[in-house]
Design a binder for this molecule. Sequence first.
Ligand code: ADP
Ligand code: NA
Length: 342
Amino acid sequence: PARSTIFSLIQPTGTFHLGNYLGAVRVWKDLCDLKQPDTKLLFGTADLHAITVPKPNTSEFRRYRQEAIASILSIGIDPTRAIVFHQSQVAQHTELHWLLSTITPMGSLNRMTQWKSKSNLKDLNDADAVGAVKLGLFSYPVLQAADILLYKSTHVPVGDDQAQHLELTRDIAQRFNTLYNREFFQLPTTILAPTKRILSLANTAKKMSKSDPNQNALIYLNDEPDVISRKIRKAVTDSVSHEFKYDPVLRPGVANLINVISGVQRKSIEDVEKDIAKYHSHQDFKNYVTEVLVEELRDPREKFMKYMKEPQYLEEITKSGAESASEIAEQNMKTIKEIMGF
Ligand code: ADP
Ligand code: NA
């Protein structure tokens, strides 16, 4: 059996952007490239999680699910090395969600920040507003715990916005082990992406997110070079000075672009600062950012276009991925139910 199991999903709620790339899928690819034979890898879409936000129309949803797989493959994840699938293809995710929900305190879920931010709650004392929050959005972290624990995952690569959910997953795993007096679940370790959270290009108070309706706030992985150029030109910066230094508090827009370069080039902030010291206008600095991005995304964009023309192939990948995932899921679910007395 595998010594470690690395697991992560991404919601198919829109076209993947630079934050998803640096915070998630490129990390998955790096883990794939390590070629450790005793490590099992599972990556895919959290398509059951995706319907907890205001729902896209069904044809859009279908396309986003397809796009997500095309993106995962186009950035170089090898489907013969990693299991690539849709969460909804393996029924045990929802089954385990139920079992785990019976040992998860409401108070723990209440402390999570995501359901509050996603439902735009301004006042937690507003009983009507809180009462309108859907159960699925509230129990989102329990489904996430079920996803991870179903495969007895040991490592979960995510961006820092997910760190709180991973803590809850460990808490639920520990509760299960304690309750049934068995060391069944290992407590999974969070692998945090090396890049800091990428911010919206339009508003540095927000992270770059698929759910942002302002398309100028995101660099999509399949943006054409001229689109990247236009969006970077429009990105909020400042007129503090024409020397480009990393100062996330006073100059968050510039700092965000420096983070982007540092992430893409895998260089320290200090080294990026040295590289950009020669630029003395926002235009020159932004041209450089554009160049770096166009270069990085060229190959993934071309591959993405190619994969999107092969829906049958994408279907086959997830079908065979789901078969492999189901084998593990069935086995573990059987043991979990035995432990619980079913
Ligand atoms: P989104 O908010 O774009 O819908 P998801 O919630 O589906 O993204 O998250 C998918 C993965 O991408 C997670 O691991 C998350 O931590 C990472 N991620 C999402 N947005 C960003 C960002 N702006 N910067 C860094 N990582 C991000
Ligand atoms: Na999200």
